[in-house]
Design a protein around this ligand. Sequence first.
Ligand code: DAH
Length: 343
Amino acid sequence: MEAILGQIEAYRKEIEAFEIGNAAQLEEYRIKYLGTKGIVKALFGEMRNVPTERKKEFGQVLNDFKQFAEGRYESARDTAGSSPAASASSIDLSLPGDPLPAGSRHPISLVRNRIIGIFQRLGFAVADGPEVEDDWHNFTALNLPENHPARDMQDTFYISQNPDWLLRTHTSNVQIREMEKGKLPIRIICPGRVYRNETISARAHCFFHQVEGLYIDEHVSFADLKQTLYFFVQELYGKDVKVRFRPSYFPFTEPSAEMDVSCFICGGPGCRVCKQTGWVEILGCGMVHPTVLENCGIDPAKYTGYAFGMGIERITMLQYGINDLRLFSENDVRFLRQFTGAV
Ligand code: DAH
């Protein structure tokens, strides 16, 4: 017992004399005295060799010593730990940093940006509009008056505060808003989020994304529409792609058409993606209906225009072979990571 007390005294002297001038010495000190295999710990281990009647006394000496050793460490750390010498020896500035996971763009953003890029090169400007819209801009001005049967295909969500407000069902509201500004000619594309009251499944969701386009000027013809869209899909799918236009119906265009591209998976003979037809439908389009022009204060005798609209999800699903619409909004990183590095 006396021997150990003498030893502790000697350690105190040693600690007082221990030179701690930089972080390396500080660490050396910590390991020697305070580490898990250090002297303080070892001395506590001696407790079991001390006779019972002196355990209390020894315990006090030990605690004192421990505080002393820690006190020295703490005061040295405040000075040595932050000295230039310390940082020079403990931080290697030449080491590469810890890598940060880079993240990736969402596939919908990737495809939207590609679509926008193609039309921007043709001189289209990007236009934006509200997602909470009034009935006029989403329906009535687009030749879809109340009780028009075509409204059935675009059931949406209404805002209880005001029965005239709804979540837009397409980005065509932006077309109306641009035309109402009265500045002609107009050459815009409108990318954005749209909403529909649909039961959520692999093929439908209550929201999705569209890009619509509008070109209004004097002498704009259906031939302009065809050529522009043909250029667009060639940029998207390659020069060999073929297109076909099928007559269709939209209240806001006349004539209206649906555009198909030759299947970019099988190239024609038929496969699962094109449902054995060789063709894939990708957008709706047409010449802007004279009533729509009039609704926006544009003289249909002087101006004509074309419009088109496509769903970004659909094009993305076809492009990447994604078979469930819900994957886009579940934020599952196992899905999203697959697009890392894509631009
Ligand atoms: N607004 C249509 C829809 O959401 C898509 C569309 C079709 C837009 C033809 C157009 C167009 O501008 O001309 O179903």
